[in-house]
Design a protein around this ligand. Structure first.
Ligand code: PHE
Length: 348
């Protein structure tokens, strides 16, 4: 049995305990020290147990010494805890400090996104050639997006446009326009020829994003309806636009293709702006990059909007605005256009 009658045992336990309290360097360490110094298994607790074997007088006075020592240790523990909690909190706040005025260099005023700038520039080129700008809704009817463009329901050509359908009206009746060609239909329904319009705007396709495709992208549609319009007019318009926008070193070519709403139809390509026609990775070694489609308006389209194809003829084209920006600025991967990384955007 420990010798509890010795005052020095209590004093020693207190001195030791105090030293450990002073040495604790965190709130967590202090919690462990507290158990060791005043807890059930502490030196003070075992001295307390030893009191039982003492004569009553001595038990009382040693008991008082023990209680006083424990009370002092406890007070010291409490004080340390409060102090340490405060300084830990201060350190945490300091480390989490977020000074919004520290973001340097301070960004200047914002500016239009590269795609918006490109759209405005393309519009300017066409307005300079005598076109006016038309608009149409992004949520379209199946009829405007497909049927009136000579693509009946169930026609295999529909698979050329992987379409987002909307839960609106009868199933399959409304969609997010898959191209800007429905604006042709709306314009021809609302005004008589002659027509010279361009229609820029967003288009949507269920495409997996990659270096040259985005599921939300921008197109600019062109439509001319007049007397005696020929394929040569289409070709000349495309070439005039190409050199106006990309510079005199870049030319266009039309390759035979298929679109249900034009006949004949063509693919519109330009010299690769990255390699200037020599062949590189971006143009898959061909020296040419596809920008969009074009062709002479199909008589079935004129029929859908009630224009007499004996009197009138026309051409249409549609190409990617994002793709234009990509080719003009040598952007390897189109997805950066949507990343909203200010380091990229601020270059334009
Ligand atoms: N709308 C077509 C597309 O997005 C492009 C096009 C427009 C083709 C006009 C011919 C005439 O694929």
């Amino acid at each position: 049995m420990p010798d509890v009658s010795d005052v020095s045992d209590v004093a020693l336990a207190e001195t030791e305990g105090q030293a450990r309290i002073d040495a604790a360097d965190s709130v967590e360490a202090l919690r462990a020290v507290e158990a060791e110094v005043v807890g059930r298994r502490s030196r003070l607790a075992s001295l307390q147990q030893g009191l039982a074997g003492l004569p009553p007088d001595e038990r009382r006075s040693r008991g008082r010494q023990l209680n006083e020592a424990r009370a002092r240790l406890q007070a010291s523990l409490d004080l340390r805890r409060v102090e340490m909690g405060k300084s830990e909190r201060r350190a945490r706040l300091e480390s989490e400090r977020l000074d919004l005025t520290e973001v340097l260099p301070r960004p200047g005023p914002g500016h239009l996104h590269l795609v918006t700038q490109t759209q405005a520039e393309l519009e300017d080129v066409f307005v300079g050639m005598g076109f006016t700008v038309a608009e149409g809704p992004e949520a379209e009817t199946d009829w405007h997006n497909f049927e009136a463009l000579n693509i009946p329901p169930g026609h295999p050509a529909r698979s050329m446009w992987d379409t987002f359908y909307l839960r609106l009206g009868p199933p399959g009746s409304t969609l997010l326009r898959a191209h800007t060609s429905p604006v042709q239909i709306r314009v021809m329904q609302s005004q008589p020829p002659p027509i010279f319009i361009v229609a820029p705007g967003r288009a949507y396709r269920r495409d997996t994003p990659d270096a040259r495709h985005l599921p939300v992208f921008h197109q600019i549609e062109g439509l001319v309806v007049d007397r005696g319009v020929s394929f040569a007019d289409l070709s000349g318009t495309i070439e005039a636009f190409t050199t106006a926008y990309f510079g005199p070193a870049i030319h266009s070519r039309l390759r035979p293709s298929y679109f249900p709403f034009t006949e004949p139809s063509a693919e519109y390509e330009i010299n690769c702006t990255i390699c200037r026609g020599a062949g590189c990775r971006t143009c898959s070694g061909t020296g040419w990059v596809e920008l969009g489609g074009a062709g002479m308006v199909d008589p079935n389209v004129f029929a859908a909007v009630g224009i007499d194809d004996e009197e009138w003829s026309g051409f249409a084209f549609g190409f990617g605005i994002d793709r234009c920006a990509q080719m003009r600025h040598g952007i390897a991967d189109m997805r950066v256009l949507l990343d909203n990384d200010i380091r990229f955007l601020s270059q334009f």
